[in-house]
Design a protein around this ligand. Structure first.
Ligand SMILES: Cc1cc2nc3c(=O)[nH]c(=O)nc-3n(C[C@H](O)[C@H](O)[C@H](O)COP(=O)(O)OP(=O)(O)OC[C@H]3O[C@@H](n4cnc5c(N)ncnc54)[C@H](O)[C@@H]3O)c2cc1C
Ligand SMILES: *[C@@H]1O[C@H](CO)[C@@H](O)[C@H](O)[C@H]1NC(C)=O
Ligand SMILES: *[C@@H]1O[C@H](CO)[C@@H](O)[C@H](O)[C@H]1NC(C)=O
Ligand SMILES: *[C@@H]1O[C@H](CO)[C@@H](O)[C@H](O)[C@H]1NC(C)=O
Ligand SMILES: *[C@@H]1O[C@H](CO)[C@@H](O)[C@H](O)[C@H]1NC(C)=O
Ligand SMILES: *[C@@H]1O[C@H](CO)[C@@H](O)[C@H](O)[C@H]1NC(C)=O
Ligand SMILES: *[C@@H]1O[C@H](CO)[C@@H](O)[C@H](O)[C@H]1NC(C)=O
Ligand SMILES: *[C@@H]1O[C@H](CO)[C@@H](O)[C@H](O)[C@H]1NC(C)=O
Ligand SMILES: *[C@@H]1O[C@H](CO)[C@@H](O)[C@H](O)[C@H]1NC(C)=O
Ligand SMILES: *[C@@H]1O[C@H](CO)[C@@H](O)[C@H](O)[C@H]1NC(C)=O
Length: 616
């Protein structure tokens, strides 16, 4: 999807399709002098999770809540709101939200297993955080993905318990009748969906014709077609929803959780939290500043501070506050407040691989090179909210167990033969190592499970994208500067465990197998990149190393795990060793589920808000 959309972007600029719409009103403060001296709750980061938590805590009008966000509001630009335009998520594009003023513009440090490439690592610096930049895929993992969290020592964190919170966040809209009339058999089960939340989940009203071939290809390969994968049965192929408001087919973000009419909720924009001040084991204040050379202010925390700065910035704020591994802190001259070696560790992410292809069916995404057709489709979107501008590029994908796309027996023996923490960084602290060993045992045994997905296959006209969903590799987020205005050091250590590369090789070959089905040959699907020059396992490995990029599901850098397993927060999301400090964002996810992350995080944040409320 990504590459072909590159082509459209320049086109849009030429056509002058980018226009700004009205900004968002509300109780928005952008100067430190405007806020109160103290709040019951201070939420750090107004991204996905922070806005959910702030909404639920401020439902009680007697409670005061402040959100501090580094970014500001968008102006509802077309390149932020229109699904087709915005969903490319390709840093090279330059016109979408990735690489724009709403992106922190960070990159990883060079990755040795990727030929020392640095990987672009976009992250939202804007109200709504990643939900303003993301690809709007809205799905949940399998039951087993969440039940693992409980198995790792987090009572109450299982699929059954999370489902009500998933539903609470969602405004679900069933598929349009027009889709049924066109013969698309999209099933859903209302028991798995909510209607009264604040983030939309809806089916795109337009389906590319090649989808029919993908569905048939999956059937041909005996992959189960799941009627509604939101209920925990999510290994197979299925229709997915997008976080799109079906009234006008525009992006739905966590801004839906921000209620500007509440006088007890303040939002300070354009300010960066620099540290938390801990006194006698309790959070006293949150410090923040509008810029490197601006004064630093502080706000007093009466009940709790909630860190929701995302998996890349939350560990940075903890480290700047003296919370982390003592050896790391002292190397920077930071005095240790809490020795917590798990801060910034257990970092893992999903990786995806672009493979190019063409299809011979009309229309398909290659038709965007016809400017007349493209402007017709844009007009259709503007007037009717129909056509390809309403979609991300595909609406149907597969999440497959290892046994479906690879030789699970061979992978199992390779995993079993590994000494569990052999491929971790040699500097990994002992508790983090112990936590990884527990995860490694699950990752190894689930290779033979039919209910845990190891790879995702995203289907489009111009690509089948395999993505690694149960990574064995682990990296770190750390700091190399005491300035809060410098970026954190992002080292995902992608493919550091060779099992990840083996999974990718199998995924690459399976993509070819999909292309080889009679159903796909009906539309003459042809691999154009990398093509016939990449055939042997060694060639595929090189192609993978040169091509993989992040799927943007950074997780685990302040994991919810027992402290002896390298945990940073307990199962109530309370930071070990500090009173009044919780973490609610992707950092706490101890093992990433096989799904795009947003729907999971909305549910986590809903549950977190209940946990916080019930302790006061
Ligand atoms: C390009 C991209 C594409 C994606 N595609 C998908 C997709 O299609 N489907 C899906 O399900 N998921 C997708 N995701 C993932 C999903 O959007 C993220 O997992 C999610 O947004 C993370 O939520 P969070 O609350 O942890 O952090 P975020 O949403 O990132 O929010 C963190 C907030 O904290 C703010 N902040 C950071 N540091 C500070 C500080 N020091 N002081 C004040 N504020 C601070 C940031 O500006 C940001 O607003 C994508 C993500 C990206 C970036
Ligand atoms: C990211 O880079 C782009 C292009 O250089 C720039 O316009 C934008 O302001 C940057 N974003 C931030 C948050 O600095
Ligand atoms: C990557 O960088 C390291 C350290 O600079 C170097 O030793 C190694 O040879 C490089 N690898 C490649 C493939 O360039
Ligand atoms: C879409 O409609 C909603 C109301 O349902 C509105 O709040 C939002 O601003 C609209 N989005 C755009 C980009 O027009
Ligand atoms: C802050 O001040 C220093 C020293 O004067 C200057 O080099 C730097 O560019 C300033 N930073 C910003 C963001 O203005
Ligand atoms: C799409 O492009 C192909 C190849 O140029 C052409 O045959 C087909 O008619 C086009 N479809 C539409 C709807 O324009
Ligand atoms: C380009 O699009 C126009 C409008 O749909 C159509 O009439 C024409 O046949 C298309 N050209 C090609 C080469 O597909
Ligand atoms: C799978 O791997 C096992 C062990 O390496 C091997 O014995 C078996 O032949 C392989 N099966 C297939 C279908 O390749
Ligand atoms: C910190 O790391 C970044 C890469 O993330 C690098 O560009 C920078 O030079 C480093 N700074 C110091 C002080 O080492
Ligand atoms: C199939 O596609 C290839 C590559 O685009 C092309 O060379 C070939 O002619 C096509 N065959 C048919 C039957 O359309």
């Amino acid at each position: 999807m990504a590459r072909v959309k590159n082509m459209f972007f320049n086109l849009f600029a030429l056509l002058g399709l980018v226009n700004a719409r009205q900004a968002f009103p509300g109780i928005i403060l952008d100067r430190a002098s405007e806020i109160l001296q103290s709040y019951d709750y201070v939420v750090v980061g107004g991204g996905l999770s922070g806005l959910v938590v702030a909404n639920r805590l401020s439902e009680d009008s007697g409670t005061t809540v402040l959100i501090i966000e580094a970014g500001g509001f968008t102006e509802n630009e077309d390149w932020v709101t229109i699904p087709l335009i915005t969903s490319s998520n390709d840093p090279a594009v330059g016109h979408g939200p990735i690489g724009s003023k709403y992106d922190w513009n960070m990159t990883s440090i060079p990755q040795p297993e990727l030929g020392n490439r640095s990987v672009n690592t976009p992250a939202g610096k804007v109200i709504g955080g990643g939900t303003v930049l993301n690809g709007m895929v809205f799905n949940r993992g399998s039951r087993a993905d969440y039940d693992r969290w409980e198995a790792l020592g987090n009572p109450g964190w299982n699929f059954e318990n999370l489902l009500p919170y998933f539903k609470k966040s969602e405004i679900f809209t069933p598929p349009d009748l027009k889709l049924e009339a066109e013969g698309w058999d999209i099933q859903y089960n209302p028991a798995y969906h909510g209607e009264h939340g604040h983030v939309h989940s809806s089916f795109a009203p337009f389906v590319w014709p090649s989808t029919r071939n993908y569905i048939n290809a999956m059937k041909e390969l005996e992959v189960p077609i799941i009627n509604d994968a939101m209920g925990g049965d999510a290994t197979g192929a299925y229709w997915f929803t997008q976080s799109v408001n079906p009234e006008n087919e525009t992006r739905s973000t966590s801004q839906g959780f921000y209620d500007p009419s509440r006088p007890n909720l303040h939002l300070l924009i354009g300010n960066r939290v620099t540290k938390a001040i801990i006194e006698s084991g309790k959070v006293e204040c949150i410090e923040f500043s509008a810029g490197e050379n601006a004064t630093t202010s502080s706000v007093k925390v009466l009940k709790e501070a909630i860190l929701s700065a995302g998996a890349l910035h939350t560990p940075q704020i903890l480290l700047l506050s003296g919370i982390g591994e003592t050896a790391h802190l002292s190397s920077l001259g930071i005095e240790t407040v809490v020795d917590l070696p798990g801060v910034g560790a257990n970092y893992h992410d999903h990786l995806l691989l672009f493979i190019g292809q063409t299809v011979n069916v009309s229309p398909n995404v290659a038709n965007f090179s016809n400017q007349t057709w493209t402007s017709e489709q844009f007009s259709l979107y503007e007037s009717e909210r129909e056509g390809p501008f309403t979609t991300l590029g595909g609406n149907f994908f597969a999440f497959l167990p290892a046994g479906t796309f690879s030789n699970a027996t061979a992978l199992s023996s390779a995993a079993t033969a590994q000494q569990a923490s052999h491929y971790l960084s040699p500097n990994t602290p002992p508790t983090v190592r112990a936590g990884y060993e527990a995860q490694f045992a699950l990752l190894t045994s689930d290779i033979s499970s039919s209910t845990v997905a190891y790879m995702e296959f995203i289907f489009g006209d111009n690509t089948i994208l395999p993505a690694l969903h149960q990574p064995f590799s682990r990296g770190t987020v750390s700091i190399n500067s005491t300035s809060p205005f410098d970026n954190p050091v992002i080292d995902p250590r992608y493919l550091s465990n060779p099992l990840d590369l083996a999974l990718f090789v199998a995924g690459f070959e399976y993509a070819r197998k999909i292309r080889g089905t009679a159903a796909m040959q009906e539309i003459n699907v042809t691999e154009t990149y990398p093509g016939a020059s990449v055939m042997t396992s060694e060639q595929i490995e090189e192609f993978v190393r040169g091509g993989v990029s992040t799927e943007h599901h950074h997780s685990g850098t302040a994991s919810m795990l027992p402290q002896e397993l390298g945990g940073v927060v307990d199962s109530k999301l309370r930071l070990y060793g500090v009173e009044g400090l919780r973490i609610v964002d992707a950092s706490i996810v101890p093992m990433v589920p096989a799904a795009h992350l947003q729907a999971t995080l909305y549910g986590i944040a809903e549950k977190a808000a209940d946990l916080i409320k019930s302790s006061h």
